[in-house]
Structures are given as C-alpha cells and as structure tokens.
Design a binder for this molecule. Sequence first.
Ligand code: GLA
Length: 491
Amino acid sequence: MLNKIIRLTAGIAIAGVIINAVALDNGLVKTPPMGWNSWNCFGANINEKQIKEVADAMVSSGLKDAGYVYLNLDDNWMAKSRDANDNLRADPDRFPGGMKALGDYIHSKGLKFGIYGDRGTETCYFRDNFKELDTKSGSVGREIKDAKTFASWGVDYLKYDNCLANGATMQKDYEKMRDALANCGRDIVYSICAWEFQPWMPKTGNLWRTTTDILNIWKKTNEWSWGILDIIDLNEPRAPYAKPGAWNDPDMLQIGNYRNGGPNDNEYRSHMSLWCIMAAPLILGNDIRNMKQITREILLNKEVIAINQDSAGIQGTRIKSSNGLDIWCKPLGSKDGTTKAVGLFNRNSNTANITVNFSDIGLSGTVTIRDLWEKKELGVFTGSYTMQVSSHGTNMLMISSQPVTGSIAKPLKTITGFLCRTKMDANSIEIVPSGIGSSYRIALFTPDGRLIYCKNKVAGNLQVKVETRSVYLVSILYENGVAEKKMVAFY
Ligand code: GLA
C-alpha cells in the first residue's frame, strides 16, 4: 500500500487504458523547509560532538525559534561498509553513539533530524575519495531497507543525491525512494538532489535542486563553479512549479561563510532576500556556533523570513530588469492580493536608484511601504516609489494597498468597542484599542477612500496627527483577525 501517495486526477490514455501518474502528497513542508546542513561549512569533516554543538547553537542563537528546525547531516556520516545485515551504519569513530542516539539528542532540543543518502552505488564523497572501496553507501536496490533504517533512527528529512548512478534510471530511482519513504512508517521530507530540474520532480519530491552546487562566491569564474548570482538566474524560471509542499531548491545558503574572500555583507543580504522572494528552502550552511553579528541580523530578520514562509507559497519572480537594476515581486496571501514583497536588486558595481511603479506589481491607488531590512515604515505613496540601492544590494519592501472597507455614507457611530479621543491641543486623535488582540494594524481613510495613514504591529494607545475640520474612517485589524472601524470627526 502506498499510503501517502495519491493519484493525480489527470490521466494519460494509452491504448484505451488510463495510466495515472502518482504524486507525492505527504503533507510535509507546506512552507519552505528551514534548517541547517553540514556541507557548506564542514564538508566531509563531521562528527558527533560538533553536530551536538550545532544542535545546541540552533537553540541558543534563536535560530530554532525563528523557524530553522531541521538539522541535516550531509555526506560522510556513514561507515565505509554496511553492517553484517547489509544495513547502513554510522562511521564508528566519528559517530560512536550511532545515528539513533544522535537523532534522539537532536529531537530532545525540539529540532528535527535530517540525513543524506544517494540513489547510486556510492555517495559523492566516497566516489571521489575511496575509489578502491565498495562501500555500498548508495541505496540503489536497497531503497526499502534504507528507508526503514532511516525511520528507525528517527530521521525527518532525507537529502537524496545522484552520484555513481545510472542516468537512464534517474526518475525511477527517485520514485523508488519516494515510495519507500511513504511506507517506512515515519513522515520524512524528501529532498531530491540531482543538480537540475526535471518535469517529474514536483510530483516526486518535496523539494528538488535546480542547479549544481552553490559555491561561496558572488559570481562564477568558470563553467564548473556557480555563484550566488548565477544560481538566482537559473532558479528564477522554475517559479511556476513551486507550491506548498513542493519547492524549487537553489541549494543551501552560504551566508556567513566569509572564508576565501567570499561575498560581502551586501551580497549575503541579497542572497537571503532573493531566497526569501523565491520561496526557496532556507537551509543554512555556516558554522552557527560562531556567527558574526551581521550574519545573525541577516539570518534572523523575522520580517524577511515571513516573506519566505508566506502560506500561499508563491515563488516570486523578476518582473522588470533594465541596465542591471531588477525589480522582483512575491505576492503574499494570494496571487491577486493587496500585499506584495518587493525586492529592489542592484547587480551593478555602483549605487543606483531603482523605481518601482505600483501598477507593475498589480497595485493601484494609495499604498503603504515598509522597509524590511531597515525595519521601518517609509510612508504612504501613490504611483511609484524610488529608492537608492547599494551595489549588489537588495532592498526588501512590503508594499500594501488596502481597500476601503465599510460604507462611508453611514452616520458617525461606533461600530465596535475601541475609543477615538480627539486631542485638539496636539492636532491629533488618540486611538485606544478595545483590547481584543495584543497588537493591531491601523489605517485612516478620508471619506472619499484615500488611505492617509497606516501602521502595522501597534500595541497599546496610538496618537496620530490629523488635519483640522476633517472626517476619517478609522479601521483596526487585530492580530487575531477581528476588525473594527468607525468614523471620527475632528473639528
Ligand atoms: C553533491 C551535492 C552537494 C553535497 C555533496 C556531498 O555534490 O550536490 O550538495 O551533498 O554532493 O558529497
């Protein structure tokens, strides 16, 4: 029984028989997975003590609370041979406690445990370093056995690589492991790592690598080394395939791996910004036991993470690009909704102005803009907005137009409980929330429906400057979704 495999409704008729493609629907990672993986910082040099320290650091640094919950071991956790029963086993010197105990430790921290496997005969590291050995570290022909082993260790996530494998059987091999995982008795996220996109991948894995390995460089210098910028451009066209539970994977983050020169902070901030706009998995690749303050700020910006984790799961795209100046847009909430995340990305080597026309992002009328890296409201605007963007930098904006709610023709009356005191001496009104929710978003409209003020995440009373002899519709939306509104006259 394929208990977690569902049939696609669309079938293909061949000689009168309907052949249904099967699709993955395991209910996992409805928003892009977030976590950490050992490869980009430690490569093959991994061991139990260090991985436990990483687990501790995921908690103490606040990464876990920000949503980074998967702790994933990459290549070289295995022994160079299987056990007497042909099962995979951990390297006894570097992981003396074994994988079950390590998984238990990771779970005890409130984290999830990820592991690495390969669809061929040997993992990539073993292929490259132990040519003379037949380690049987790959899972070809042993998919069911290995999936069960992973489940018995408490594995929650499998990255499944593509080394020493038969090119002709790629799809079938990945499907075999998908089906083995579906029947292993445990929910395991399935991450396909085959270095390119194939049309069958969205119905096979929860995520699939769209490119070869990302290096800790901004831009490639030869055909075999891809930088952050190259990967952005390769991943962007795959946007239509992303949706909740199924993600394009432009590879793990390099943010904070400053070694060998590496990218600068602006470039790392663009790395984070564009991974978030592209709804990409956020799998960290730095040594989180020792992070610079700027790295923490980039990785832990909750407003930027929230763009990545938006429940609609829409992969944002580049909607305009000219002379190296890009505008990227990710609709939030729904495709045609009133709030968009916008990235202004400068590919050039000089600071430049970038203008976003609101009509280009599907918004009309008045909008409010918040700068997510600066963490501040920029104000209320109509038509367009121009900003300076540093070389290789990305400004992350949240742009929102809010339709006027309720009829302005109604008499002045309180619809619900909040108070609006007029303060003539200070030319302002004071909003006193009714306390239904802890924080709220507030908007003031003129009677003809113009948005003149908007502020998010307000807690407690708020004073707003207003014009004399004016009438406003005050609209409050609490965190819990309850809305209140009333007309206020200021004479
Ligand atoms: C491949 C993968 C990398 C990493 C290495 C490990 O190159 O694409 O992400 O897992 O193998 O050997």
